[in-house]
Structure formats: C-alpha cells, structure tokens
Design a protein around this ligand. Structure first.
Ligand SMILES: Cc1cc2nc3c(=O)[nH]c(=O)nc-3n(C[C@H](O)[C@H](O)[C@H](O)COP(=O)(O)O)c2cc1C
Length: 372
C-alpha cells in the first residue's frame, strides 16, 4: 500500500525530477525488499535467475544496480553510456502521457560518461563479480558531436566489457541525430567489428562476450531481414526489440502526444511485438541461433507472456516502472507463474516463440492453450 501511495505522489512531479528522486530513494535504501519469486531461463552460457529485466535508460550511470536486486528483476541494462559526459537535449525532455500510460522522451543520451560509469561498475563488481546470478548488460552509444562515432563504440567496448555480462549496441535511439543510420548494412557491420575489436583489446576473461543489437521498431521487413542476416553472419548473440518509436498512434489521448521524441509504454506494445514476432519467424525459418530480448509496453503478466510466446527469451521494461511503481516486477512474475501453472508449463523455454501471430499469442495469454 505504501509503495502505491509513494508512486502516486512521485508521479505528480515533473518526470525528470521524479526519476532523479527515484534513483536517490534507491541509493538511500528506501525501496521494497521483495521475496524473490522467479522464472529462470538459460540462453547460451548465460543463466538468468529471472527473465525480467530493467531496460536501458533507467540506470544510465550504473548507480543503483545493487538496489535493483531487491525489486525482483533478474537483470538490468545500464546506459546508454557515451565516451564523454553529455548533457543531452534541453529540458523539459521527458513527458508523461498519463491517459495513455506512455512516455515520450527526447533525452539525447544525457549521462556522466564512460569514466564515471567505469568507476561505479568497478565498485559493483567487487561485491558481485561477472557471472553472479543477477546479470548486468552494458548499453553503449556514441556522443552526439563525436568526430568518429565508430571509434566511440570501440572505446566503450574496450573500457567497459570487463564489467559486462553482455554488451548492448544501441543503434536505435531516435534522439541522437542519424544514430538509426547505423542499422544500415555497411554501417552495422562496421559498428559490430569496432565493438569486437574493443572487446578483444579489453581485459575481459570472457573471450565470447555476448553482444546484443538494440533495434528500432520503426523499420520495414527488408531492414529487419538485413539486420538479422548481419547478426547471424557476425555471430551476434541476440537482438533487443525494441527501442522507443517515432510513430504516433491516432488514438493517443494525451495532449503531450505531439511532443517530439521516442514514445514508450502501452502504445508501443503492438508495434514492438509485431517486429519481435517477425524477427522470430525469420530466425526460425533460417534456423539461426539468435536470442531475443523483448522491450515495449510490458506492464503485466499477460503482456510479458505474449512477448515470450512471440519469441522473447527475456523481457525488459522501463515505462511501467513509472506507472506501476517498484512492485511491478513482483506482480508480473507472480502472474506469470500462475499462467505457467494454468498452462502446465514447467520450463518457460518450451513456449518461447511458439506462435508467429501476436493475436494468437494474446488469445493464449488470456484463455490458455486449451481454449484458443
Ligand atoms: C525516459 C527513457 C529513457 C530511455 N533511455 C534509453 C537509453 O538511454 N538507451 C536505450 O537503449 N533505451 C532507452 N530507452 C528505451 C527503453 O530502454 C525501452 O527500450 C523502451 O522504453 C521500451 O520499453 P517500455 O515500453 O517498457 O518503456 C529509454 C526509455 C525511456 C522511457
């Protein structure tokens, strides 16, 4: 009850101040301490105690990793981290669309930079070495005014890989001009090679550090196909689908929906799930080995279940933390365990990507396998 009340109060504040306050609360230890109910999964050599994680952007500067442990998440993705500190776009740059349970942000990679993140990650790893049962992904991106964005990715990979359970290459934020051009074939191959060079030059003991590509939902089938072909041929570990969208649904009710920036939360659910489902189909048809992390509009157990049925091995969220508060993961995992029990599923892996049709997936989530 108290957390509901606090979430209600915090939501009355300006979104950026609310976020700062949330990070401060977490740092001070003012957060729930939840009993861990979990849905475990193993993908490749990564073992997740719990398949639900916090998406990039929440803990940009790797400040509260050890606090997220308490909120019943199995992993977190820190960042996006850029080589040098960056203020980002002018404020206000985050808008809450209350009526739509959505957020628009045009932050533009505001972060304290690689060296600050490195200090914090180093500190965190003293207590929780790589391979601990709470996993940490590190999401990297270039500085807006960098003279050599490719080299930025390399420098970041070189400096930060040693602290990562996986690296996430951000080529999809809509708030850094031309960043999404890195999803194009020649650029994407080059970025991946620069990241691999960075990892090779780092002191990481994991010679095969998993790399994920985080992609945009605003892409056509041809671009998706080309990204998957490259990911496969470059032996990428997986894709994160998706970042925020530039699209605005006509049905959005909030006045703020005209703000420019990336839209996340409930209205992103359909679009990101469609792309996830298409990706799953392409990967299955070609017999490729690529793991999928779903992000976009997950706010309850059914939306998380749909993502898994459509191909996700792992699920991330950000916006619903804002709307539902710090108990959201507990609620989702508790609900998922009930759905699994209802459907007689012991290992979640068994239902990953079981359908190519998001509508069918929603039917299963609502009615179970027996009553489609
Ligand atoms: C305020 C805000 C900041 C974000 N910052 C980043 C970021 O720095 N890097 C990134 O890859 N994604 C960022 N994202 C996107 C999220 O990681 C996620 O992909 C997206 O919000 C969809 O998930 P959701 O609907 O659960 O929020 C941000 C999202 C929000 C709402």
């Amino acid at each position: 009850m108290i957390w509901k009340f606090i979430t209600f109060f915090v939501r009355k504040l300006d979104p950026e101040i609310a976020h700062k306050l949330t990070i401060k609360f977490l740092k001070l230890g003012f957060h729930p301490r939840l009993n861990q109910s979990v849905v475990p999964i193993k993908i490749g050599n990564l073992i997740f105690k719990n398949l639900l994680g916090v998406a990039a952007g929440f803990d940009k500067n790797a400040e509260v990793i050890n606090k997220i442990h308490f909120l019943n998440f199995g992993f977190t993705e820190v960042g996006t981290i850029t080589p040098v500190p960056q203020y980002g776009n002018p404020k206000p740059r985050i808008f809450r669309l209350e009526k739509d349970k959505a957020i628009i942000n045009r932050n533009g990679f505001n972060n304290l930079g690689m060296l600050e993140a490195k200090k914090r990650l180093e500190d965190y790893r003293k207590s929780y070495p790589v391979g601990s049962d709470f996993l940490v992904g590190i999401n990297i991106g270039p500085n807006k005014n960098s003279k050599d964005r490719f080299n930025d990715y390399k420098v970041l990979a070189k400096n930060l890989s040693v602290f990562a359970d996986y690296i996430s290459i951000n080529v999809s934020s809509p708030n850094t001009p031309k960043l999404r051009d890195f999803q194009k074939k020649e650029n994407l191959e080059k970025v991946i090679n620069f990241v691999k060079d960075g990892i090779a030059a780092s002191k990481t003991i994991k010679n095969k550090l998993p790399i994920f590509l985080k992609i945009a939902p605003d892409i056509n089938k041809q671009t998706l196909n080309s990204i998957i072909e490259i990911a496969h041929s470059q032996k990428i570990f997986g894709l994160i689908i998706s970042n925020t969208t530039l699209d605005r649904d006509k049905n959005l009710k909030s006045k703020r929906s005209i703000e420019s920036g990336g839209l996340s939360g409930k209205p992103l659910f359909k679009k990101s799930t469609d792309i996830l489902s298409q990706a799953n189909k392409i990967i299955k048809n070609n017999n490729y080995k690529l793991f999928l992390i779903a992000a976009g509009g997950v706010s309850d157990s059914k939306s998380a279940y749909v993502k898994i049925l459509c191909g996700a091995h792992l699920v991330q969220l950000y916006s619903s933390l804002t709307f539902e508060g710090p108990l959201v993961a507990n609620k989702i995992i508790g609900g998922m365990l009930k759905l699994m029990k209802r459907d007689n599923i012991e290992n979640i892996f068994d239902i990953v990507g079981i359908t190519d049709n998001p509508i069918e997936a929603m039917n299963i989530a609502i009615n179970g396998f027996k009553n489609p």
